[in-house]
Design a protein around this ligand. Structure first.
Ligand SMILES: Cc1cc2nc3c(=O)[nH]c(=O)nc-3n(C[C@H](O)[C@H](O)[C@H](O)COP(=O)(O)OP(=O)(O)OC[C@H]3O[C@@H](n4cnc5c(N)ncnc54)[C@H](O)[C@@H]3O)c2cc1C
Length: 387
């Protein structure tokens, strides 16, 4: 293992032995198996499904869940998993976030004991893949206006509507579908093989290419009664799952940014112009210094958010602050690194442009920068400026 993320504040010294073990296991998987596949899959617009058993073997799926065949690691180790995965590509972290925090998370948070026993061990083992269908084509930042409806029919529910931009939609075995039942948003575990379920790949993406993103049709899908997640009681139930996934993003994007900066530092020291390494120019050093400072602040924020989570003191306003800050910082770093790589930076010999393209999505999904600023603004002022 040669890669070491930039860690100017020596946050590494704060890790426990167990956290280091988790980090090293994921890092070595990334070096050996994930990174060699990234460019091929990013170009093709596909996800390397053959890596799913190895990801499961590392205990990545449902990592923070106790029991049910899951690893049950603490918040810092969970964050480190996301950081190492996203260092390779945001597509890996997205795949794992959806499986872990959104699909398994919804069943763990809102499911019955029987639902947890039935799905979580199989999902931890990667034998059942999950997706999370909240967004619709006309309802993104405002998912509570969703049009998808469920109605009770003999022995179950019929779901009609559609979902858009659904990660893993076309490869999932089950999807947690959010639909209004008697005007209340509820979650349903939907088997994707049921009649009426369809998934079409959105194949013209310039971002998050190593991730399957789908448009999903729910054309009168009838699910049995025991597919309703009993703990879901409104849009807040869906948002609770999203907050778990956002925690992973806060850490994950620091991995992508660190990868960009590591490559760019090396490049600027070896690339010569005007008879000198470009790293010797003051304007270049100012950019490198600004990026290292911004990355260190983002890493520190992720760490402290993890500590608050460990202590049971994490508030949703912390998540909003760190999600929008860290995604924006990582995107800025990736764009600046691309600039410092010159023409070479527009090829896939280097990662910054690929990371930047991916981070455009990360900046938007799970709540755009505006939405999280407004959530934090509401927390600070007590005034709702969202609607
Ligand atoms: C690759 C990818 C994968 C995704 N995966 C999933 C998934 O697995 N499951 C899922 O359910 N969803 C998923 N999404 C959807 C994602 O969560 C939404 O795209 C996101 O919530 C934003 O919604 P929107 O795209 O409709 O943008 P819009 O809501 O239309 O927003 C467009 C712009 O308007 C701004 N805006 C909107 N309202 C306000 C306001 N009140 N004040 C100020 N500005 C405002 C936004 O900030 C943004 O800049 C995914 C998206 C992408 C791109």
């Amino acid at each position: 293992m040669t890669y070491e993320p930039i860690d100017l504040l020596d946050l590494d010294s704060q890790l426990t032995g167990e956290e280091r073990q988790v980090r090293d296991a994921v890092r070595s998987f990334v070096e050996r198996e994930a990174l060699p596949k990234v460019n091929e899959h990013f170009r093709a617009g596909t996800f390397p499904l053959d890596l799913v058993p190895a990801l499961a073997g590392l205990g990545i799926f449902g990592a923070s869940i106790e029991g049910y065949g899951c690893a049950g690691v603490g918040p810092i180790a969970h964050g480190l998993i996301n950081r190492e995965l996203e260092r390779a590509d945001s597509g890996f972290r997205s795949f794992s976030s959806v499986q872990t925090s959104l699909a398994m998370g919804a069943i763990h948070l809102h499911g019955s004991e029987e639902q947890r026993e039935r799905y979580l061990p199989e999902m931890a083992a990667g034998r059942i893949l999950g997706a999370f269908g909240l967004t619709e084509a006309d309802h993104g930042s405002d998912p509570s206006s969703m049009e998808t409806r469920a109605v009770a029919v003999g022995g179950g529910y019929e779901i009609k509507g559609s979902k858009h931009w659904i990660t893993n939609g076309g490869i999932a075995d089950i999807m947690v579908v959010w639909a209004k039942l008697d005007d209340t948003v509820r979650g349903f575990i939907v088997d994707t093989k049921l009649p009426g379920f369809s998934a079409r790949e959105i194949d013209n993406k310039l971002s998050m290419r190593m991730s399957v993103t789908s448009a999903v049709g729910l054309d009168g899908v009838v699910v049995p009664e025991d597919c309703l997640l009993p703990g879901t009681k409104g849009i807040g139930s869906a948002l609770a799952c999203l907050n778990q996934a956002r925690y992973g993003i806060i850490w994950g994007v620091t991995g992508a940014a660190s990868d960009c900066l590591t490559q760019t530092l090396e490049y600027t020291k070896t690339r010569h112009q005007f008879g000198k390494p470009i790293a010797s120019f003051q304007l270049v050093q100012a950019k490198l210094a600004d990026m290292a400072t911004a990355l260190s602040q983002a890493q520190l924020l992720a760490f402290q958010i993890g500590r608050l989570k460990e202590a049971g003191k994490l508030h949703w306003s912390h998540i909003s602050m760190a999600k929008y800050n860290n995604a924006r910082v990582a995107l800025d770093i990736a764009r600046t690194c691309r600039d410092l790589l010159g023409a070479a930076g527009i090829t896939d010999d280097f990662s910054p442009l690929r990371h930047a393209l991916n981070l455009e999505t990360v900046n938007t999904y799970e709540g755009t920068q505006h939405m999280h600023q407004l959530v934090l603004g509401r927390h600070l002022t007590g005034i709702d400026a969202i609607s």
